[in-house]
Design a protein. Structure first.
Length: 314
């Protein structure tokens, strides 16, 4: 199917951009300070992010109640940059990693995702990042498009990779502007996802924190990464060096990013959100009182100490 005008506009708007997959700073009890949230997001932009993705995997969007979700979107949109909003991905509290194993497209589940997209549209978001589903992913994207009319970025996430045949259908949808590949360690899967996306005329967006430099070489044309939830300049420098055709600087910048990613995106993998919050606090972006991830694995002070030591040379 042909791409809609709205999706085509979003594709061109995001091309070449670094979008920070922002965390949602909160206290141990789950309190979100909206003034702090705005200041944190502003700091990511000041350090080189071109746009923001809120309520995505890094932002723990599926766990947050609607009033908090709306407030976070308003904070981001107020800063005047392109904002993508994560929708879907209902959490399953019974699973150790917290993410749904059975997220489907039942009428109630689908309507919840559509409603989240409607809210995002009403608050001025540029588009939505649609979390994957174990059921009919094409139908879910179609429902979001018909219900909210907001262009979509599809999401191939390591917790629930998308079969290539289904991926082709999704990126062929008129409301889909691009695809974020975040397959973590599946190099062949990432290459295939980028190829399929580009062949469909959509924007290939890397979410590959552990394969960032290679994913640009494989054809990704924009970035949306949790690694930019702090230390934004490390990711920005790789993109600038790549765009400037400076091979040696690209090599040096990629090496710095790889060291940072190796320290933050490691087992337990869902702990990366807590590690990025710790790093944001160490940078002074947020106070330590709001550097808590309530929805990831428990990690103690010994883990925090190892994190600080590993980041010392980045």
């Amino acid at each position: 199917m042909d791409m809609s005008l709205q999706a085509a506009r979003l594709r061109e708007q995001l091309r070449g951009m670094l979008l920070a997959a922002a965390a949602t700073p909160m206290t141990a009890s789950g309190e979100v300070d909206l003034d702090l949230m705005t200041a944190y997001l502003r700091s990511l932009l000041a350090d080189g992010a071109d746009g923001l993705a809120v309520l995505a995997h890094t932002g723990r969007g599926p766990f947050l109640p609607p009033p908090v979700r709306s407030a976070v979107i308003e904070c981001a949109v107020s800063l005047g940059v392109p904002v993508l909003v994560g929708v879907g991905g209902a959490p399953d509290e019974a699973r150790p990693d917290g993410w749904a194993a059975t997220q489907g497209v039942s009428p109630d589940a689908t309507e919840q995702v559509v409603e989240e997209a409607r809210v995002a549209a009403g608050l001025g978001a540029a588009g939505v990042l649609v979390f994957p589903s174990t059921e009919d992913r094409v139908a879910l994207h179609d429902a979001v498009w018909r219900g909210a009319g907001l262009p979509m970025i599809a999401f191939d996430l390591y917790t629930l990779p998308c079969p290539p045949a289904v991926l082709k259908e999704i990126v062929g949808h008129p409301g889909v502007a691009g695809l974020k590949a975040a397959l973590l360690s599946d190099a062949m899967g990432c290459q295939e996802a980028i190829r399929i996306t580009r062949e469909a005329g959509r924007l290939a967006i890397t979410g590959e924190d552990r394969m960032f430099g290679p994913s640009l070489l494989w054809g990704a044309e924009a970035a949306l990464v949790g690694l930019a939830a702090a230390r934004v300049g490390v990711t920005r420098d790789v993109m600038r060096a790549f765009a400037g055709n400076d091979l040696r600087e690209f090599e040096r910048a990629s090496a710095r990013l790889d060291r940072l990613a190796a320290a933050t995106f490691t087992a337990p993998m869902e702990g990366y959100v807590q590690r990025m919050l710790w790093l944001a606090a160490a940078e002074g972006r947020i106070p330590r009182s709001h550097a808590f991830d309530r929805y990831g694995p428990a990690m103690g002070e010994d883990e925090r100490g190892r994190e600080k030591a590993a980041l010392a040379d980045v």
